[in-house]
Design a protein around this ligand. Structure first.
Ligand SMILES: [Zn+2]
Length: 506
């Protein structure tokens, strides 16, 4: 995606891209960050004049030609951004939420593919309130200062500038620290009576009657608070903070945007048993959604802390590359072994746990739900969220969605997980990730009929494998070569179980 001085997509990624002022200076967003590269040089004519102001013809006239600004190429993918905005708008409307944030990133290198902050505003008319802000301030006369504050709020990129209590999605971090430190095994058993007594406090599980006896795998699938409080206690404050630090939670991610916030953490010396217990399931401290995304990426990518970023390269107006942008990555924040274990655990959360509404047959999705109470807790307001990645065994995409103040049901597993499923269902094929059904999935989801897969370009060996997965009737293989050039029925057609197919090899 390319950014110009004007904004052909109006509201798309408005809080990321930002805009320039009348003097062509970036006011906010990427326009500020890359201002030096983007702004052109105004044409200037230096002319010698006589003392009376008359131009001297043919004197040393020096004309500086106006230069157009360079172009910044972004990792934001126009199709993914548009699709992400669509699914976010859908849930914002259906849940009458006050705002929705959604970030989609490549967990292997930190390239941001989409960043949505609803409500967006029109980049070509940034000083006019959008619909939501118009409604919010309807009937009020704002002073200049109030209007400026409101506009700043409308322009703010909350994905990177707002902190929140991450809640249960933070159990990813606690579980990782506990596995790294070897204070837990998957087979360890726990008992949840619905609460855990920590010093003089009763801290409840989200399941009032308790989860009863469960092993660690079940504990994470159930998102059981007492299991994680126990892990926090086994780790202790020093180890907990050691892993927070390793996973980058004490510093900003370094994204190439202005206005990034950092985390708000307890001073280590103030953490007693109760704080440690609540921290272990994501309460009593605050981070940004982007920090959670980066730390979780390290957990599932084999241990690399990537720098999330949007800028990929700078090109001049004629298209030639001026600068390739690169970003630091640090290795081994998490061991390969723990990373493998966590991928499998988080896939189990989706296939058979609290995240099951993010389940997508044919794709392996991993993730974690969260329902954060907004502060003060007495306000009974919530942020429903879900962080998910796919394919679980070799993640190519990770995304986090936060839905603030949903009306009615507010559980992350119910409200937020399907948003990521909807997103992944559409972007995974676009990213070149093929559907791959297990036999159980074929049984469960393809009863009666299914979608004809794409055989074009497959080898005979690959075809043989696909014949075993899909329930076709007879294969009529024509031609002598090794590669499929034509197929009937065509890819994408709905066909009945047991249908015969024809492939032509060349
Ligand atoms: Zn429990």
């Amino acid at each position: 995606m390319k950014v110009f001085g004007y904004y052909p997509y109006d509201t798309l990624a408005s809080r990321v891209i930002g805009f320039t002022g009348s003097d062509n200076q970036g006011v906010i967003g990427l326009e500020v960050k890359y201002d030096n590269y983007l702004k052109g040089i105004d044409g200037t004519i230096l002319t010698l004049t006589t003392a009376h102001g008359v131009e001297i013809k043919n004197a040393a006239e020096d004309r500086i030609e106006p230069q157009p600004g360079n172009d910044l190429y972004l990792s934001l993918d126009i199709n993914i951004q548009q699709y992400a905005q669509q699914v976010a708008e859908k849930v914002m409307e259906s849940k009458q939420a006050s705002n929705v944030k959604l970030i989609v990133m490549n967990p292997q290198n930190g390239e941001i593919m989409a960043m949505v902050n609803l409500p967006e505003y029109n980049l070509n008319d940034p000083y006019t309130f959008n619909e939501e802000f118009t409604a919010l301030y309807a009937g009020q006369t704002l002073t200049d200062q109030q209007k400026t504050e409101a506009l700043n709020k409308m322009w703010r990129n909350a994905c990177i500038s707002d902190t929140y209590e991450p809640g249960s999605s933070f159990k990813i971090i606690t579980a990782t620290a506990a596995l790294e430190e070897k204070v837990v095994k998957l087979t360890d058993r726990f008992f949840c009576p619905g609460f855990k007594k920590v010093e003089d406090r009763i801290i409840r599980c989200h399941k009032a009657g308790g989860h009863g006896s469960q092993d660690f795998t079940e504990g994470i699938k159930n998102s059981c608070n007492p299991v994680f409080m126990e892990l926090g206690a086994r780790l202790g404050v020093d180890k907990m903070y050691y892993y927070f630090d390793k996973l980058g939670l004490f510093k900003k991610t370094g994204i190439d945007l202005p206005g990034e916030a950092g985390s708000i953490m307890h001073k280590k010396e103030n953490i007693k048993a109760v704080e440690l217990a609540t921290m272990s399931f994501g309460q009593s401290f605050q981070i940004t959604p982007l920090q959670l995304l980066v730390a979780s990426s390290a957990v599932i990518n084999g241990g690399k802390i990537v720098t999330p970023h949007l800028g990929v390269e700078i090109r001049s107006a004629d298209g030639s590359r001026i600068k390739e942008l690169d970003y630091p990555t640090s290795e081994q924040a998490v061991s390969k072994e723990t990373s493998e274990t966590m991928k499998a655990l988080l896939e189990a959360v989706v296939s058979d746990g609290t995240g099951k509404r993010a389940y997508l047959p044919g794709f392996k999705v991993g993730g974690k739900t969260a329902t954060s109470e907004k502060l003060p807790r007495s306000s009974n307001k919530y942020i429903s969220s879900f962080i998910g990645f796919a394919p679980a065994d070799n993640p190519q995409v990770i995304a986090v969605v936060l839905i603030e103040d949903p009306v009615g049901i507010y559980y992350g597993g119910t409200v937020a997980a399907p948003v990521i499923a909807d997103l992944f269902k559409n972007i995974l094929p676009y990213l070149g990730v093929d559907e791959n059904y297990t036999e159980a999935e074929m049984e469960q989801f393809h009863v009666g009929s299914f979608e004809m897969p794409d055989f074009i370009g497959k080898t005979r060996k690959e075809v043989n494998q696909m014949m075993k997965i899909y329930e076709f009737g007879e294969l009529d293989a024509l031609g002598e070569g090794d590669i499929v050039r034509e197929q009937f029925p065509l890819a994408g057609e709905t066909i009945g179980k047991g249908s015969d197919i024809i492939l032509y090899f060349e």
